[in-house]
Ligand binder design. Structure first.
Ligand SMILES: C[C@@]1(CC(=O)O)C2=NC(=C\c3[nH]c(c(CCC(=O)O)c3CC(=O)O)Cc3[nH]c(c(CC(=O)O)c3CCC(=O)O)/C=C3\N/C(=C\2)[C@@H](CCC(=O)O)[C@]3(C)CC(=O)O)/[C@H]1CCC(=O)O
Ligand SMILES: NC(=O)c1ccc[n+]([C@@H]2O[C@H](COP(=O)([O-])OP(=O)(O)OC[C@H]3O[C@@H](n4cnc5c(N)ncnc54)[C@H](O)[C@@H]3O)[C@@H](O)[C@H]2O)c1
Length: 197
């Protein structure tokens, strides 16, 4: 079977500055996806035109800035991540070249081969977050799986996380002893019939 070699990480977007080039449907969707996960994400969108929905988002989120202009190299200054989402393949390739020259990680929405990272489909239950990737094979399947998991996982999972966090902070002893205890307590999640030792 072909393997997915992507390595998932969870970015603290409120500490990073993201540049999105292109304020159309895809630019809008990517901005929306980032804000859904992190309402404090710092995002600058550079574009020749903006969808009205994107202008609405910029009004609601002080951390989202829209700049009405054509992309230029200087837009990369101070940015940590870039998403190239214009409808012009050559321009997206040019943004990629400039980003590479500046050592900034980039996602080129119309060219998976040029992406340093992909966005995932995200299941959220309070503190719990599950990101899904199909290795770029079918974003639609990723979206559907998200819907299935969002329904199937109980909301109470967040209570479990909150309680385990309290226990984790209270546990005494050395690291190995804490790990053993936490694994004993949570064994019931994978073996419902076992009793805590
Ligand atoms: C998961 C999600 C996250 C997000 O965007 O937030 C996401 N795409 C979503 C939706 C979606 N995208 C597309 C459709 C139409 C149907 C279809 O094509 O399936 C739908 C479905 C819909 O909108 O209903 C079209 C599309 N997408 C890409 C291309 C270019 C290409 O493949 O060449 C084209 C063709 C453009 C064309 O044909 O012109 C590329 C990528 N899209 C990715 C992520 C990355 C791979 C993720 C993975 O590994 O699965 C990757 C590689 C790069 C990236 O964008 O990061 C989000 C689900 C949101 C949710 O959970 O609700
Ligand atoms: N990765 C994904 O999830 C995904 C999904 C669907 C489509 N796509 C691809 O993404 C691309 C964009 O699609 P779209 O629907 O957003 O297009 P769109 O036409 O709605 O938007 C393109 C935007 O790019 C801007 N733009 C054009 N030239 C520019 C320049 N020189 N400087 C700055 N901004 C400029 C335009 O003003 C416009 O706002 C398409 O090539 C499409 O194939 C990717």
């Amino acid at each position: 079977m072909e393997e997915n070699q992507l390595f998932p990480v969870f970015f603290k977007l409120h500490r990073l500055h993201v540049l999105v080039v292109g304020g159309g449907n895809v630019g809008m969707e990517k901005v929306n996806a980032m804000l859904q996960n992190c309402p404090e994400a710092t995002i600058t969108v550079v574009s020749l035109s903006f969808l009205p929905e994107l202008e609405g988002l910029a009004k609601s989120y002080a951390n989202v800035t829209l700049i009405h202009k054509a992309f230029s190299c200087g837009d990369l200054l101070g940015k940590d991540l870039v998403i190239a989402a214009t409808n012009n393949r050559e321009l997206n390739q040019c943004v990629w070249e400039k980003a590479k020259g500046s050592k900034v990680l980039i996602n080129v929405a119309d060219t998976p081969e040029l992406c340093d990272f992909y966005l995932g489909s995200v299941v959220q239950k309070g503190n719990l977050k599950i990101a899904i990737s199909t290795n770029g094979k079918s974003p639609t399947v990723a979206k559907r799986l998200k819907q299935v998991l969002q329904e199937a996982l109980p909301d109470s999972l967040d209570d479990v996380l909150q309680k385990l966090h309290i226990i984790r902070d209270k546990l005494k002893g050395d690291f190995a002893a804490k790990v053993k205890k936490l694994n004993n307590i949570t064994d019931v999640l994978v073996n419902p019939d076992t009793k805590e030792l």
